[in-house]
Design a protein around this ligand. Structure first.
Ligand SMILES: Nc1nc2c(ncn2[C@@H]2O[C@H](COP(=O)(O)OP(=O)(O)O)[C@@H](O)[C@H]2O)c(=O)[nH]1
Ligand SMILES: [Mg+2]
Length: 473
């Protein structure tokens, strides 16, 4: 609702022609200020309500317990007693891509490994930043069987094979019921109560496991934190430029990012005094640091400018560049709020890791473009809470209970999507829907039961699956 009002009034306030009176323009901006104030107070109330719900500290306790449970299970799956006896899933990445992209591909295959009850194994040469592979920065994902390099092709339903090889182009993995955006059934009752975006929490746990730092990296985090003078409160800004612009994302001015930072500090001041407006700046845009210093001198900017130099395309796939992106993601994830573009895997990864440090930080961000998504996810679904009659040709009708496949949020109060019932695509008010959470059973020891479940899932999905692939039925 806030996005809707802000968008309408800003337009009224800034597009008044010369014949319209100055008073209306001024009134529009004054109304906007008043509503912004109300919005801020409402957010404070929600924050206080959340803090007051349940016994003091239960959220922290619950988050800690759930995280420890998941981390223990991942560790167990990844560390079988005898590697020769273990059922493994070897993931082969087809092409080199950025760090965030690699982590997300590994997380995706980690989910597949968990669903098939197999130990995830990597190929050393699939890490373009370092010849030592994943272990150059992180603890081996498995102590006894970290790497494998043989190449074979298998069906994921070949349950008798000890070692299964999986390639990026392996068909239809994404339609397996436990693949993104599902959360494990055994976690669901507790997770749905705890967290605003349970799927992001789940991905956060997977990337937390994958990115457990080597001791030297852990030490580097501590030393760098001191050297930077990293202090809270702080807003993390990631400004993705260079190779991304014009191909995978639009250009956004520094001012666009900073208007959301301003709003954050305005809200924060309602809770108490703020000594300094601070930002952590990560960017691959060469001119951003100078522009920020010139246009926003009142901000304390915490940043390592070397990281920006190392981010450029010529030096990207090198060890120092790997350190730079790990540092930037680490510090972005430690901030109190993120302003960035979710079209970038860098910021989505920082957002996922942020969830592992707080009971529920799902609303601690503003993305200038996409809503949160996970590559290869099945449709992102929303559930309609109240009916909606279209007000313009661009809008679609909603009925309570309808399911919507959301394409994106326009950040002006409206989202775009397709109503599954009517198959109509168009705009609808974002506040009339809520997230539809997908829950799936993950580890099932009974193989036949699992294959049957997979088969029935495909039948329910319009036979998009070729049944020849199920060799065991
Ligand atoms: N150090 C640093 N590197 C960056 C930054 N932005 C982009 N990069 C580099 O560019 C790569 C971008 O690829 P990827 O992680 O797949 O994210 P995406 O292309 O933005 O979706 C990163 O992994 C880094 O190597 C930044 O703010 N800091
Ligand atoms: Mg990329």
């Amino acid at each position: 609702m806030w996005y809707f009002i802000a968008s309408v009034l800003k337009k009224e306030g800034t597009t008044m022609g010369p014949n319209n009176t100055y008073t209306i323009k001024k009134e529009a901006m004054r109304t906007l200020d008043a509503i912004s104030e109300e919005y801020t107070l409402l957010l404070r109330d929600i924050h206080d309500l959340k803090a007051a719900s349940g016994p003091k500290g239960w959220r922290e306790e619950e988050a800690k317990e759930l995280s420890e449970m998941v981390q223990r299970q991942l560790y167990k799956l990844q560390n079988p007693h005898d590697c020769k006896e273990a059922r493994m899933l070897v993931v082969h990445l087809a092409r080199a891509c950025g760090f965030g992209c690699i982590v997300h591909k590994l997380a995706y295959n980690f989910i597949l490994a968990i669903g098939l009850n197999r130990t995830l194994v990597l190929v050393k040469s699939d890490m373009p930043y370092h010849k030592e592979g994943w272990d150059a920065a992180f603890l081996p994902i498995s102590r006894h069987c970290p790497y494998n390099s043989s190449r074979e092709t298998d069906s994921i339903f070949n349950t008798t094979k000890k070692v299964l090889h999986i390639y990026e182009n392996t068909r239809d993995i994404r339609l397996l019921p436990f693949m993104p955006r599902a959360i494990p059934e055994y976690l669901a009752p507790r997770l749905l109560r705890l967290h605003g975006q349970p799927f992001v929490w789940w991905v956060g746990q997977l990337v937390k496991y994958l990115m457990r730092p080597q001791p030297f990296l852990q030490e580097d985090f501590g030393v760098t934190e001191k050297w930077l003078g990293f202090k809270r409160p702080i807003v993390g800004i990631h400004i993705r430029r260079s190779d991304k612009i014009g191909y995978e994302a639009d250009f956004h001015k520094v001012e666009e990012y900073m208007s959301h930072v301003e709003l954050y500090y305005k809200h924060l001041r309602k809770h108490g005094p703020v000594d300094k407006k601070r930002i952590y700046l990560a960017t691959d845009g060469r001119d951003v640091h100078a522009e920020m210093a010139k246009k926003f001198p009142e901000y304390e900017v915490i940043s390592d400018k070397i990281n920006t130099k190392l981010a450029n395309e010529e030096s990207r796939y090198t060890g120092p560049s790997l350190r730079s992106i790990i540092m930037d993601i680490h510090f972005l994830s430690m901030t109190d709020y993120l302003v960035c573009t979710f079209s970038s895997q860098v910021c989505r990864l920082a957002y996922e890791l942020m969830q592992t440090q707080h009971p529920d930080a799902s609303s601690w961000f503003h993305s200038l473009d996409d809503i949160y998504y996970f590559g290869e996810q099945i449709d992102h679904l929303q559930e309609v809470l109240v009916d909606h009659l279209p007000q313009t040709d661009a809008e679609i009708e909603l009925k309570k209970g309808d399911i919507i496949k959301v394409a994106g949020n326009h950040w002006n109060g409206y989202s775009k999507g397709t109503n599954v019932r009517t198959e109509k695509k168009g705009l609808y008010p974002s506040f009339k829907v809520k997230e539809h959470k997908v829950v799936s059973e993950f580890v099932m020891n009974d193989t036949i039961r699992r294959l049957n479940l997979i088969r029935s899932h495909y039948i329910n999905n319009n036979n998009r699956f070729e049944f020849n692939d199920i060799r065991f039925m």
